[in-house]
Design a protein around this ligand. Structure first.
Ligand code: XLS
Ligand code: NI
Ligand code: NI
Length: 438
């Protein structure tokens, strides 16, 4: 690397209360054991390439604010190489175990697909070399099937099968690169897989196309021997008015319809959960209950703005509940906490990138510690278990096992004179209980 980009060369380290300047951790202590597992192995943090190194700081009313030199290189491949240097320097300074990328984040698009693929491959080779010496691993790769105008009417769900083919060729390249780099997962996010107006849209066809595309990705994964998990990332809208991968529940239904519920899991993003009218913990708990929780994109939506602001997650109570439902689901497996988050466009100092990640890693670490206490203490779990304990009895089990009909149950209510009495849900008691752990 030529000139130093950040002001520090020392990796962030756990310093507890002595972590004064924002460049060390107060709470994130990779080796600390939490419920029998290292903190680093619970959280599996990843830095994303797109927001941190590719986004110039624009918003709908104004352009670039960050003025990163690599975005202005006369030779875009030289810019891509300089960007990779800064990215790997940041991975080292944050001591993160993972990173994530889209093909178009890491290398410029060429005039043909062959040229684009060659560019992606060339940077992929640089990654492979850098990874030999670095700690950082690839959490997931993904293809950008939404920026180029060819995808304006969708990728897999495009009315034109040639666009479908182009998207397939792009995914093949990134999936294979992800495999070669030892990626732990591969992500599909369908920002353009939806519609702007129903008037020009054949939903039945588009859903069939989407299912076929996903099946082809799974088939190719098996063909090349990729052991990672295929993940779909739900988002209800933005950029498209209505997106098919709306939320966890919708994707589960689609996976069932395509017979892929055992093959594909879900990457849940906080801000997307909010846009779908859910809480983050709702989406996590539902995916956990359905056995399809794969990974998370950790960020924070603004509750007053109706779009994906992708702020760094700093809300400790929310992180605690998220960690709680992740732990209840048995953890993230091959997944991790991916910072799909961007610093605000006024945070123009290079060190702001470090500070944002470190602060959010601390918030996630605190969330994990709080969640572990909730679980160790056992009061919340005991309350919920008790609330449903009737279902553990003989009759409850018989009903669920399909051994009772409506006739049986009606007869039983009459015979035993059943008069079930409502019980308090004790919401405020539980809310206070949670506050006690914070
Ligand atoms: C956009 C998505 C995107 C995916 C990867 O809203 O969050 O960044 O995570 O394509
Ligand atoms: Ni995301
Ligand atoms: Ni997003």
């Amino acid at each position: 690397m030529t000139a130093r980009f950040f002001t520090t060369e020392k990796p962030a380290a756990y310093k507890g209360a002595r972590a004064a300047n924002g460049l060390n951790f107060r709470w994130y202590d990779p080796d600390r054991m939490v419920l029998g597992k290292r903190m680093e192995d619970h959280l599996r943090f990843a830095v994303c390439y797109w927001h941190s190194f590719t986004w110039p700081g624009g918003d709908p009313f104004g352009g670039e604010t960050f003025n990163r030199s690599w975005m202005h290189d006369a030779d875009p491949m030289a810019g891509a190489r300089a960007k990779a240097d800064v990215a790997f320097e940041m991975f080292r300074l944050l001591d993160v175990p993972f990173f994530t990328f889209h093909d178009r984040d890491i290398a410029p698009e060429g005039t043909t697909l062959a040229e684009s693929n060659r560019n992606v491959r060339a940077i992929g080779e640089i990654f492979a070399k850098k990874m030999e010496k670095a700690k950082v691993r690839l959490l997931w790769g993904t293809a950008n099937l939404f920026s180029n105008r060819r995808f304006m009417a969708g990728a897999a769900t495009n009315p034109d099968p040639e666009v479908f083919a182009y998207a397939a060729a792009q995914v093949k390249n990134v999936l294979e690169l992800t495999h070669e780099l030892g990626g732990a997962n591969y992500v599909l996010w369908g920002g353009r897989e939806g519609y702007e107006t129903l008037l020009n849209t054949d939903i039945r066809r588009e859903l069939a196309q989407l299912g076929r595309f996903l099946t082809m990705v799974v088939e190719h994964k098996q063909k090349i021997g990729f052991k990672g998990t295929i993940l779909i990332e739900p988002k209800p809208k933005e950029p498209t008015k209505h997106q098919y991968d709306f939320d966890v529940g919708t994707i589960y239904g689609m996976l069932k319809a395509y017979d892929l519920e055992k093959e594909v899991k879900i990457n849940i993003e906080q801000n997307h959960a909010i846009l779908a009218g859910h809480t983050f913990e709702h989406e996590l708990a539902l995916a956990g209950a359905l056995g399809i929780l794969g990974s998370i994109d950790i960020n924070r939506g603004d509750y007053l703005l109706g779009w994906d602001t992708d702020q760094f997650a700093m809300n400790i109570p929310e992180m605690a509940l998220a960690a709680y439902y992740i732990l209840k689901a048995g953890g993230l497996g091959t997944g991790g906490y991916n910072f799909d988050a961007k610093i605000r466009r006024q945070s123009i100092d290079p060190d702001d990138l470090l500070i944002a990640h470190i602060a959010s890693m601390d918030a996630c670490a605190r969330g994990l510690l709080i969640a572990a206490r909730i679980i160790e203490d056992g009061k919340l779990d005991a309350f919920v278990a008790d609330r449903y304990s009737g279902w553990d009895g003989k009759e409850g089990k018989a009903i669920l096992a399909g051994k009772r009909s409506l006739d049986d149950l009606a007869a039983q209510v009459h015979k035993r004179n059943l008069e079930p009495q409502p019980k308090s849900g004790r919401q405020e008691y539980l809310e206070r209980l949670i506050n006690d752990y914070l």
